[in-house]
Design a protein around this ligand. Structure first.
Ligand code: AR6
Length: 168
C-alpha cells in the first residue's frame, strides 16, 4: 500500500502530525509506550489528559503533543487480550477511530504504536493483520483524503510481521 510505511524505532522521536498512544482507560499515563510518551511530552500532557475524563476501549481522544515533535497525540485504549471475538473488533476500532479523529483535525500524517501488543498481551501474529486490514479498509473508504500512515514498531518481530503482511 502506497500510503502505509513500517518503521522500527521509538514513536516519541517521530516528526509527524500525530502519534497514537496505546493508553489505558484512565488516560492518566502508565508503562510501555504510554509512559514514554508522557515522559517525552512533559507534565502538560497529563494536565490535558485529566480534562478528558478517560476513554473507553476502542475509542480515541486527542491532545496536543507539547514537547514532542509530533503536534498531537491521539490516545486510544486497546483491548486487554482475552482470546474472545470481541478483542478483534475492539482493536480494529482503535485504528479506525484514531484515523477518523486525525481526519476531523485535518492531520495528514499519523504514526501508530502496535496497540495492545505489549502489556495488554495481544499476540502480534493476530494483532498485525487486524491493524493492517483496518487501515487499508479506512484508506479505501477515504480516497479523497491524503494521509501518510506509519506503523511504528519497537521490536524487530512486529516490524517483520508488518513487512510480510503488507507486501501480500
Ligand atoms: N515507541 C514505539 N513503540 C513502543 C514504545 C516506544 N517508545 N514503547 C513500547 N512500544 P504497550 P499495550 C511498543 O505495553 O499493550 C500502559 O501501561 C511495545 O513494544 O505500551 O496497549 C498503558 O497505560 C508494544 O509493541 O501497550 C496501559 O495500561 C506496543 O508498543 C497498557 O500499557 C504496545 O505496548 C497498554 O498496553
Amino acid at each position: 500500500m502506497q500510503n502505509i510505511f513500517v518503521k522500527l524505532g521509538d514513536i516519541t522521536k517521530l516528526d509527524c502530525d500525530c502519534i497514537v498512544n496505546a493508553a489505558n482507560k484512565s488516560l492518566l499515563g502508565g508503562g510501555g509506550v504510554d509512559g514514554s510518551i508522557h515522559r517525552a511530552a512533559g507534565p502538560d500532557l497529563l494536565k490535558e489528559c485529566r480534562s478528558l475524563h478517560g476513554c473507553e476501549t476502542g475509542e480515541a481522544k486527542i491532545t496536543k503533543g507539547y514537547r514532542l515533535k509530533s503536534r498531537y497525540v491521539i490516545h486510544t485504549v486497546g483491548p486487554v487480550y482475552s482470546g474472545r471475538d470481541r478483542d478483534r473488533q475492539d482493536l480494529a476500532n482503535c485504528y479506525w477511530n484514531s484515523l477518523e479523529l486525525a481526519r476531523k483535525y485535518d492531520l495528514h500524517s499519523i504514526a501508530f504504536s502496535a496497540i495492545s501488543t505489549g502489556i495488554y498481551g495481544y499476540p502480534p501474529e493476530e494483532a498485525v493483520p487486524i491493524a493492517a486490514d483496518t487501515v487499508k479498509k479506512w484508506l479505501k473508504e477515504h480516497t479523497d483524503y491524503e494521509i501518510k500512515i506509519i506503523m511504528c514498531c519497537f521490536n524487530q518481530r512486529i516490524f517483520d510481521l508488518y513487512q510480510r503482511y503488507l507486501s501480500k
